[in-house]
Design a protein around this ligand. Structure first.
Ligand code: RUB
Length: 340
């Protein structure tokens, strides 16, 4: 009696893992939509099988990427709304809950945008890192209220999400200056705000976002440029209230270095390996391990002291007080619904 996971869920999970769907808000939205599709198409004949299949689907989505808490928060929200004594009732409640989640997600982003836009004045220059729809919502709301905003966009190696940010800002009519990440400190002199999104926010007010955010925040603090994090409350990480840390995703080294580039750095790699190998595989592997290592963390942690404000749909908070909101919204954490 194996659980049945709908192909729509498997496809969405693959898209999230391969970053065809990326960014914390988009991931949450896609995950909720996938669960709704599975609920709609489920061929389960009894309620227990329906629930078991939905939980298996949620697990598959959960296991794609570890850092953005919007994903488990979305899965939890949808599964906790799965109620009823019959398959039909379970199906309807799950679909309705997923729809509510997606509507509220969109609503939260536009409310957050209105609030965040109040920080921006006419003529301000905003420096961004990565691509964040929550950060964009603040800029869009400012533009709608008639303010002129310009942006300095960091390209965001290695995946260059800054290109997506630049394109969407240009679509809004915002003048954009694209810079390499290493030029950020120099251009901070021209910025009035650093505005970024978040993948997770911990109970102590630390912000987990695209790698490079923490260095940018330290430099901004030194230059006196305020750092604003735009993050819907779905980015609040409830497990951190009980001392859990947020896992930082380590991605494939080939995002940083192609096989060809690797050979350019270490042309003798092959030779050293076969020479040391001497018919003994273990020795060769040890050589390899002690040689060139490439690390590719996707996110980093910015401590609260380098952040001026976290803007949510419930208002703007100093990072140190975010835990109050977290307790209010998430209360006690319990077992994950996909493990129940
Ligand atoms: C995306 C990233 C974004 C946040 C916020 O990382 O770090 O800043 O997810 O985005 P990746 P949003 O590209 O690795 O998914 O505001 O759209 O939720």
């Amino acid at each position: 009696n194996h659980p049945v996971v709908d192909p729509a869920v498997t496809d969405t999970a693959a898209d999230i893992a391969a970053m065809r769907i990326r960014g914390a808000a988009a991931i949450a939205d896609a995950a909720a939509a996938a669960l709704a599709t599975q609920a709609e198409r489920s061929k389960a004949t009894d309620p227990a099988a329906f629930e078991r299949d939905l939980r298996a689907g949620a697990r598959e989505l959960y296991e794609t990427r570890p850092t953005a808490v919007s994903l488990p928060n979305a899965l939890r929200y949808v599964l906790r709304g799965m109620e009823g004594e019959t398959v039909a009732a379970l199906r309807d409640s799950t679909i309705e809950r997923a729809d509510t989640f997606r509507t509220e997600l969109e609503q939260a982003q536009s409310t957050l945008g209105e609030i965040g836009s109040n920080r921006l004045r006419d003529g301000d220059v905003v420096m961004t890192h990565c691509h964040s729809t929550d950060a964009l919502a603040c800029i869009e709301a400012a533009l709608e209220s008639g303010k002129r905003i310009e942006a300095i966009v960091k390209e965001t190696r290695p995946r260059k999400q800054g290109h997506i940010m630049a394109r969407q800002l240009r679509e809004l009519g915002v003048p954009v200056t694209l810079i390499v990440d290493n030029a950020a400190r120099r251009y901070l002199d021209e910025a009035d705000h650093v505005l970024v999104g978040a993948d997770s926010i911990a109970a102590d007010g630390s912000v987990i976002n695209k790698v490079g955010t923490s260095g940018l925040a330290v430099n901004a603090r030194e230059r006196g440029v305020p750092v604003v994090v735009a993050a819907q409350t779905i980015k609040l990480h409830p497990d951190t209230m009980t001392g859990h840390t947020v896992a930082i995703e380590m991605r494939d080294e080939r995002e940083v270095l192609s096989m060809e580039e690797r050979t350019e750095i270490e042309p003798s790699g092959e030779t050293a390996r076969s020479a040391a190998g001497d018919g003994n595989g273990d020795e060769a592997r040890r050589q390899d391990e002690n040689g060139l290592t490439v690390e590719n963390p996707a996110f980093d942690v910015t401590p609260p002291r380098h952040i001026d404000a976290i803007v949510t749909e419930h208002g703007q908070f100093p990072p140190e007080s975010i835990v109050t909101l977290m307790r209010e919204l998430f209360g006690e954490t319990t077992a994950e619904p996909w493990e129940e």
